[in-house]
Design a protein around this ligand. Structure first.
Ligand code: GLY
Ligand code: MN
Ligand code: MN
Length: 454
């Protein structure tokens, strides 16, 4: 495991040593994919600025993941050009502009591995490329002049599948970035817990998260979910109330940070009251740890998801939320009322990373288990995958109403549900790096090291 000093979290030395092998591996697998799919070279666009309708402003920029795997740059209209056997080239967009500050030509731990060409505009980028791009595959959105560039294929599906399939396997460099993203995110979570305990509103908690992980919202891998009380029952809650509710019973915060283009995705649930909801958080934490203990190379992720439902059925029974045994709970589908999302997903350059269903680059997709439409990962785990483990248990009004209306309602102890519904729900989410014998819990490791550093 590479040593990583993150106090303060910084672009530390080990990255320089890890980036070269990462890039060498990326070049090799890209060359193999290009050959298998009949392309001679690859051209990847970082992305275009998206204008706001009827204004001359743009939305915050986010580089495309197929570009970010090459370079942590977050600058629009840059290109990576890769011809197997040659040093990759970065065409760096460097316009003359007095309205906006233009990013300086990059000089960082990764730049020595590229031939970098400064391009004031797209025409200069085209001029810096070979005249004939007829055998080059392009990855990215269309832009105005792309049709005249003469690229042989735009976003060819087969090549993209080959590249996405291998993205699931993280290099030591990528794991180092993911560790740092976890440490940054954990600093945010620790601050969020403090502000919750001090009586802060959702808005106050979100600002504390940002300040502590040292990022503005547009730098995060996804918009934080900061939900007090019943709001925790909304899976992707985005409101951020400015007023503290009275009483403020519980906090569910799902928020991560980004480092080098790589995301952390972390959820914690807290309550201010001792009692049944606190006990339920304790049970869900133990359940989550039991699931983490099952993770190792060779495990079918669909089985982990189904096992999560089995364990949730036990928790529902022990907490007296249902009146039936585990087998009847599973057969009836009542666990889906309380846990309606997938148990986890691939994590990396995207928070829900690409390639979660692929049997093989050309091998079709692996179906989800029947009746589990929201599972985002069906592959068998390999050493080097990074996944989230995120069991939950929620009191979601429309799902409870649907259960009441069908046969499942008779299995539910409604007075218990009514007592716990004001707390919203629970989710506990960690990021796991899969190994041959188990996994490294990047999130719990970060909580330990950040607590020790305080
Ligand atoms: N934060 C989104 C998720 O947990 O999948
Ligand atoms: Mn997640
Ligand atoms: Mn999450």
């Amino acid at each position: 495991m590479p040593a990583f000093d993150a106090a303060p979290v910084s672009r530390a030395e080990p990255l320089a040593a890890l980036f070269g092998p990462h890039l060498a591996g990326l070049c090799q697998r890209t060359a193999t994919a290009l050959e298998a799919c009949g392309h001679a070279a690859l051209l990847v666009h970082s992305g275009s600025l998206l204008p706001v309708f009827q204004d001359d402003r743009t939305y915050p920029f986010e580089a495309n993941a197929p570009f970010k795997v090459w370079s942590p740059l977050d600058v629009p209209d840059c290109f990576i050009h890769f011809e197997p056997g040659r040093r990759p080239r970065l065409l760096f967009h460097s316009p003359t502009d007095y309205w906006y500050k233009v990013a300086a030509l990059p000089q960082d731990y990764w730049t020595a591995h590229f031939e970098i060409v400064s391009c004031p505009d797209l025409a200069a980028a085209r001029a810096a490329l070979p005249r004939d791009l007829a055998h080059t595959a392009y990855l990215g959105e269309d832009f105005a002049d792309l049709a005249n560039w003469g690229v042989g294929a735009r976003n060819p599906a087969r090549l993209m599948r080959h590249l996405d399939f291998h993205r699931a396997l993280k290099s030591p460099y990528e794991l180092a970035c993911l560790r740092t993203a976890n440490r940054m995110g954990v600093r945010g979570h620790q601050a969020a817990e403090r502000v919750f305990n001090a009586g802060g509103s959702e808005f106050d908690i979100a600002l504390a998260f940002l300040a502590a992980c040292g990022q503005r919202e547009q730098e995060l891998p996804y918009n934080p979910i900061v939900a007090l009380n019943e709001n925790a029952a909304v899976l992707h809650y985005q409101m951020l109330e400015r007023q503290r509710p009275e009483p403020s019973r519980s906090l569910l915060i799902d928020a991560g940070a980004e480092f080098g283009g790589y995301a952390s995705d972390i959820t914690r649930t807290y309550t201010a009251e001792a009692g049944d909801f606190a006990a339920l958080i304790g049970r869900m934490d133990a359940l989550q740890q039991a699931l983490c203990a099952q993770v190792r190379a060779g495990v079918d992720w669909r089985e982990v998801h189904l096992q999560a439902h089995r364990l949730v059925a036990q928790v529902l029974r022990e907490a007296d939320l249902i009146g039936c045994g585990v087998e009847e709970a599973l057969a009836s589908g009542v666990t889906q009322v309380f846990l309606p999302h997938g148990i986890g997903h691939l994590l990396g350059l995207e928070v829900h990373d690409a390639g979660g269903f692929m049997r093989a680059p050309d091998g079709g997709d692996i179906e989800r288990p029947e009746g589990h439409p929201y599972l985002r990962l069906t592959r068998t785990l390999e050493a080097g995958f990074v996944v989230t483990m995120e069991p939950g248990l929620y009191f979601i009004e429309p799902l409870l109403a649907a259960a009441r209306a069908d046969g499942r309602g008779r299995l539910i102890h409604w007075p218990r549900v009514e007592a716990l519904r004001p707390f919203g729900g629970i989710r506990i989410e960690d990021d796991l790096a899969v190994t041959v014998t188990g996994c490294e819990n990047l999130t719990r490791g970060a909580f330990l090291s950040e607590s020790a550093a305080r």
